[in-house]
Ligand binder design. Structure first.
Ligand SMILES: [Zn+2]
Length: 134
């Protein structure tokens, strides 16, 4: 019974998040799609924080953003170690590390080990999965 209630609540929050998402946001965050490179219009000038488009959790901050030339927003660190979770992704015949929102499990992008110092990491994130906040 408890499990049933929990499932029902999960469904409610899933549906809630579906409602306010665009089709692209839904496909990225819920179905692990990737937006085309250089397709994101960018964030408003003065944006300081980047929130999950599904649940508003703070995922990245401007201090950790860098220009990677990849065509996707890139960060060398998440906002905090707790903000995201990392998962092995072997789809498309590649071994990559998928990055998800730790709060709502939304797919965000992938992390690669060719980023700048101090971490050497490149969090390659779909712009449509993030909301910029000033
Ligand atoms: Zn989230």
């Amino acid at each position: 019974m408890i499990i049933k209630i929990r499932d029902a609540m999960n469904d409610i929050s899933r549906n809630k998040s579906k409602k306010k998402l665009s089709e692209l946001q839904f496909r990225i965050t819920q179905q692990s799609a990737t937006e085309p490179p250089f397709s994101h219009e960018g964030f408003e000038k003065g944006t300081k924080l980047f929130e999950c488009v599904c649940c508003d959790s703070i995922l990245f901050k401007i201090e950790n953003k860098f220009e990677s030339g990849s065509g996707w927003p890139s960060f060398w660190s998440p906002f905090s170690a707790e903000a995201i979770t990392e998962h092995k992704d072997e789809s498309y015949g590649m071994v990559r590390t998928e990055v998800k929102c730790s709060n709502c499990n939304a797919h965000l992008g992938h992390v690669f080990e060719d980023g700048p110092e101090p971490t050497g990491l490149r969090y390659c994130i779909n712009g449509a999965a993030l909301n910029g906040k000033k």
